[in-house]
Structures are given as C-alpha cells and as structure tokens.
Design a protein around this ligand. Structure first.
Ligand SMILES: [Zn+2]
Length: 672
C-alpha cells in the first residue's frame, strides 16, 4: 500500500521557469511524491478573489506540469487558497464579482471576506470550483478559511443585515445585532438565539459544500472533494455537523476526505505536540470516523530547517499513522514561488521514511475499533453548554479535550468517542469532562454512570448537581473554591506511594482550575484517595475519589490558559493507574511517560509512539486482557527500510515485558 505524499506547491504563473519545473520533477522523483497539490492564489501571491479570466491564468500555468507529472505516474490536485478568504489584508471584493462581506459578532464589517450565506458568493464559489474542476484534479481541496471564526482581526461571524434578517425571521421578532449576540452568550439555559445562530451556521456550510459538489462533479465526476479543518472545539462553536458536512462535499460514490490540523507549524517539544495531537488531530479524526480518508497537515511555517528539523518533520509524518492516515499534505516550501530548495534535504528524508509509512498503512489503525479508555466528545456541545459571564464567545467552547491529552501522556490506551443523544454504552471505561453531559437526558446520563467505569471532572459533577443527579455520586454538599484565593494550595494522596514517594503532593495553585470541594453522604461507598491542603498543611477536603467502586472523580475545572497542565506529573499518573487497578485491569505502559499506546479491540495490533527525547531500553505494558499470543512481530524503521523482529513476550502479574528498545521519537507496531 502507498502512503500518499501530497506536496503542496506554489507555482507563480508570472515568474515560473523551466528550471523550477525541472527541480520540482526531480524533487517529486527523489522524495517519492505521489501527488502535487498546486496552490491557486495563495498567501503572498493572493490578490483577493479572482475573476474567471484571472483564475484561468493559474490553471493554464499548471496544465503543462500536470502532463509532465502524469507521465511519471504522479497525480495533480488543486489547493485553491480561498473560499471565504482568510483575512482582509487591505483588499476589497472586486465589484465585478460583487458579493457581500461578513459582519462579525462585534459589528465589524469585512472588506474582502464573504458572508457565507450570500447568494452571489455562493454562485461565484460554485462556478469557480467548476472552473478548477476543468483540469480534472485528483483531489480538489477547500481551504480552512471555510469557517465562521479565525478571520483575524475580525471575530465570529456572520451578523450582517441579511443574516440578522434570517435570524429574526426564525425568532419571530426583531432584535438588533447587539441584543441577539447578548442573548446568544447569556448565562443559564441556552437561548433560542444561540440555537438559531448554530443551526444557521451549520446548515449554510452544508449547503455551500453541496453546491460546490454539484458544480464540480458535473465537470469532473472522478475528482474527490476534500476539506481542510482546524480546531474541533472552535468548529463546535459554528455548529459543525461533521458527518453531514463531509457527506455533502463528497457526493455519491466518493469518500469523505479531510486534512486534519497537525498542531505544530514550528518545531515544539514533542511531548507538548503529543498533548495537542490528542486534542486536535485525534478528536477531528474521531468525528469523521475510520471510513474517512485523512491527509493531515504537515506545515513548517515560516519554512526551512530554521523552524523545524528534518527529524521532527519525519516524526510528524510517521505519527500521522496514529489516526489511520492514508497520506499527508506536505507544506514544506513557501507560497511565494521560490519553488524547491534542495539544500533542505527534504527529498532524502521523505524517501527514507516512505517504506516505513507504507508498511504502517498495511495494518492501518482502525479508529473506531480501539481498546482502552473512551474519551467522550460531542459536536453539539456548544448548543447545550452554559456560559458563566456571557461576555466572550470563547465561553461557548466545549472543554472536552482534557482527558484525551492527559491520558495519552499517561500512556493509557485510549480512543475518542463522539456521542449523541442515542449513545448507549455498557461495560466500557469512559472519560467525561466539561459540560458534555448537558447534551444528554437524565436517564441517559444515569445509564452511562451506572453501567460503566467512569472518569469525571469537576465541571461534569456540576452538571449532575444542576440536574439533581448528585445522588449518583452520593454528594451531600459541594462548593467551588476558586484557584489562588488563599484556600487550597496542593493535593496530597494520603496513605499512597507513587514513584517511591509517600503521600505525594500535586499543586492546586498553579496552571490549574478551580476546586470543587465535595462532601459525600455518610456511609456511602466512597473511597477518597487524595485531599486538598492549604499552605500551612491543614487538610481542607476531598479531592480524588472512587465512588461505588466504578466512578472516579477529579473535582477540578480548567485554567482558561493552561487547561489541566497541573495534572501532568507522574504522581497523578501513578495515582490514576492505582485507582483504575483497584477497579479493573486497563492497558497502560509502565515507566514510559509520553509514550502513546494504541491497541486494536481484538488485541491483534498495537502501536507505541514515543513523543519524547528520551529513549527506553524495555517496554512494559500493563494489560487489560491476556495477550492473544506470547509471540509477536515488532515492526520498526531501521535506516531507510523496515525491520520486522519476531519476539517472545513474558507476562507476569498482568504485565508484559518486551526486551526491545524504543528510541526517542520512534513509532513501532506490534503485530500478534
Ligand atoms: Zn452574513
């Protein structure tokens, strides 16, 4: 199988030369590129929305290269850089094209960015996509400016006169933009205004993609349409319905094709990347499911080895396998027309890892069939969550990614599970954070909590209390203590030992949220594992607890900037492992912080990926279930080839020991 390398490439129609074309062809051959996605009207060469004649200049420049690439078995795709437009940057819509621009939540009017419901823009965009389709690209991409937010410096849209008219019609009364927005964000029960906004944003994007799909497939039925995506929590804030949106774009007989965001435009610490990979890349992939095709975004803005090493680039490409990617979109070179830079040695690096990524794809990771703790997410959370101040649109962002990054760093086997009002789970291990439970009915919540091993955060507990479901946790009384108010200072696991440290402490002061102090009903089955203390060592109340031997509570919310950073310490990791061990066996790695473990449902395949600069001499895997066999094959990259090693695994007390090393940044596969 071939892991598709798609090179995103800027050809400047005005200054391109045969020498640049030759370099491109040479790079494609040496770097084993399968597909070239040509930018159209991108970044520095972007000149607002183009007329038909201006667009044709780009297509005419691409066509001769398309032929040359085809001669060497390489496909051509297109990456037009604008749909709505990323930001204004001094441009205005050409009056000849003449569509209306959007107005943001504060009433600021864009000059060059489209209103996504504007009928003229819709017609223009569909016609322009039909024009792109005239060269029959393999894949035709929609940029990630196809969204209602991140159009800097403007904020969430659209609140133009036309949209206000649409909203008011559905509302059945007339409100000004300011009145409508205030209601949208208002604390307490979500308003009709909020629902109307989200419904409209959701629906208009689906309609737009459908219009584009119809126009494109009339001209080029064989072309796959593909969508670039951003942060899933922000997409929730524009009401994104992942399945409907991607189906509308794909059309009949075509796959859902996505470019999930890979959260490192520059090189960052691999363990920090590991957290964001869970929060953005894995959650996005989960919303689309394993039937979708993924080509994640490898980008090195501002480009060159000065912002990202080849080793880190290779690590990002290889770990794309952890969402079952079929390939990758490579944004390795700038968008100004410099073309290929051979001195950066990308071709060698790409060729070097190609056999390994091809091999990983032979046993593609089955996104919807993974073992371990299921982190629940819901695309509809912005519909139901409650704001606290009602001042900022960020209050509508779901807080559902915290367990994913924490448990992934703790080396627990996890998967991400999108839920809805029909979801019913039994005998699973689930992790819930933020206000996700507000999406569900009381009987559904009760069943989830009763029939599964459940991890809950403080915000989830608050939802239960608001719903008068505190009895499910035997809560007698609960009260929030804001962080840094001279109350709680640290958490202490009295009577427990982690890493040889007795009664280990974890901060409750820095990079942490507020503390929900829960008092439990007397004689209830609650085992408290840690307690809050103040700065003079006085015990204040309960922190982590196991309720009814199957519900674990971490009674904190999140810091607005730092999320759950305070929890990323091996004391908490060890504590959580011990708490889970006291209930039932789960899959995790021992003594390998920041190594991700993914395990197929049937235990036939496992993936280990080291998101640190430390290497490990041995693999120790705490098993949730007996191994399917004690004989296995380890697949790893050695030099520029694939090495398969037969191994024998010793299991003692439910822990598998594998005498094989794991190098810094290395990913391996274990096949049973
Ligand atoms: Zn509008």
């Amino acid at each position: 199988m071939t892991f598709i390398y798609t090179l995103r490439y800027m050809l400047d129609p005005r200054t391109n030369t045969p020498a640049k074309d030759e370099k491109l062809i040479d790079f494609v051959k040496k770097g084993r590129i399968d597909d070239v996605a040509f930018f159209i009207n991108g970044e520095e060469l972007n000149h607002s929305h183009l007329t038909k004649a201006e667009t044709q200049v780009w297509l005419d420049a691409i066509k001769p290269l398309q032929k040359k690439l085809s001669d060497i078995g390489v496909t051509t795709s297109l990456n037009p850089w604008t749909t709505i437009m990323h930001s204004d940057r001094g441009y205005r819509v050409n009056p000849e094209i003449g569509f209306n621009t959007f107005v943001d939540i504060d009433g600021n009017k864009a000059k060059d960015m489209a209103c996504p419901a504007d009928p003229t823009w819709r017609k223009y965009l569909a016609a322009t996509y039909a024009q792109y389709a005239s060269i029959h690209p393999r894949r035709l991409w929609l940029e990630d400016d196809f969204r209602h937010y991140n159009h800097t410096p403007l904020k969430l849209m659209c609140f133009c006169d036309y949209h206000m008219q649409l909203y008011n019609e559905k509302l059945g009364k007339k409100e000004t933009r300011a009145e409508f927005v205030k209601k949208m964000l208002q604390p307490g029960k979500p308003t009709k205004e909020r629902q109307i906004y989200l419904d409209q944003a959701r629906q208009e994007m689906i309609e737009n993609e459908h219009l584009i799909e119809q126009a494109v497939h009339e001209v080029s039925p064989e072309t796959d349409l593909a969508q670039m995506t951003s942060y899933p929590d922000w997409h929730a804030l524009e009401g994104r319905d992942w399945e409907k949106l991607f189906k509308a774009l794909a059309g009949e007989g075509h796959p859902k094709v996505a470019r999930p965001h890979l959260p490192a435009y520059n090189e960052v610490a691999p363990l920090a990347y590991g957290r964001n990979f869970e929060e953005y890349t894995r959650i996005t992939a989960a919303f689309l499911g394993e039937n979708a095709e993924f080509y994640p975004e490898l980008e090195s803005y501002m480009y060159s080895p000065l912002v990202k090493s080849n080793a880190f680039t290779a690590f990002q490409i290889i770990t794309a396998a952890l969402i079952g990617s079929q390939g990758i979109l490579l944004n390795l070179y700038d968008m100004m027309g410099n073309g290929i830079n051979e001195s950066w040695h990308y071709a060698e690096m790409l060729a070097d890892i190609k056999p390994f990524v091809n091999q990983l794809l032979e046993n593609r990771l089955p996104l919807d069939h993974l073992r371990g703790i299921k982190v629940l997410v819901d695309q509809d959370s912005s519909y139901h969550l409650q704001t606290t101040a009602g001042k900022n649109v960020e209050e509508l962002l779901p807080h559902e990614k915290n367990w994913a990054s924490l448990l992934g760093a703790f080396s627990f086997a996890t998967s991400i599970l999108p839920v809805n009002q029909k979801t019913s789970l039994e005998n699973e291990i689930i992790a819930v954070s933020g206000q996700l439970l507000r999406n569900l009915a009381n009987d559904q919540i009760t069943a989830l909590l009763k029939k599964n091993l459940v991890l809950l955060d403080g915000e989830s507990v608050q939802v239960l209390l608001d719903r008068n479901l505190g009895n499910l946790l035997h809560v007698k009384n609960a009260e929030w203590h804001p962080v840094r108010t001279n109350y709680q200072s640290f958490e202490q696991a009295d009577g427990h030992i982690v890493d040889g440290v007795k009664n280990p402490r974890i901060t409750m002061l820095q990079h942490t949220g507020n503390y929900l102090k829960i008092e439990y009903q007397p004689q209830s089955d609650v085992n408290v594992w840690s307690f809050a203390y103040n700065s003079i060592d006085e015990k204040l109340g309960n922190v982590m607890a196991v309720i009814d031997q199957h519900i674990i509570v971490l009674p904190m919310d999140q810091d607005p900037r730092h999320g759950w950073d305070s929890q990323f310490i091996t004391y908490k990791q060890g504590l959580l492992q011990q708490m889970l061990d006291s209930i039932k066996p789960v899959d995790y790695l021992i003594g390998m912080p920041n190594v991700k473990l993914l395990v197929e449902n049937d235990g036939q395949k496992a993936w280990l990926a080291n998101f640190t600069l430390d290497g490990y001499q041995q693999i120790k895997w705490h098993l949730a279930a007996p191994l399917v066999s004690n004989e296995a094959t380890i697949v790893r990259k050695v030099g520029n080839s694939v090495k398969k090693t037969k191994i024998h695994i010793n299991v003692e007390n439910g822990i598998a020991s594998i005498d094989e090393p794991l190098a810094p940044l290395e990913t391996i596969q274990i096949l049973f």
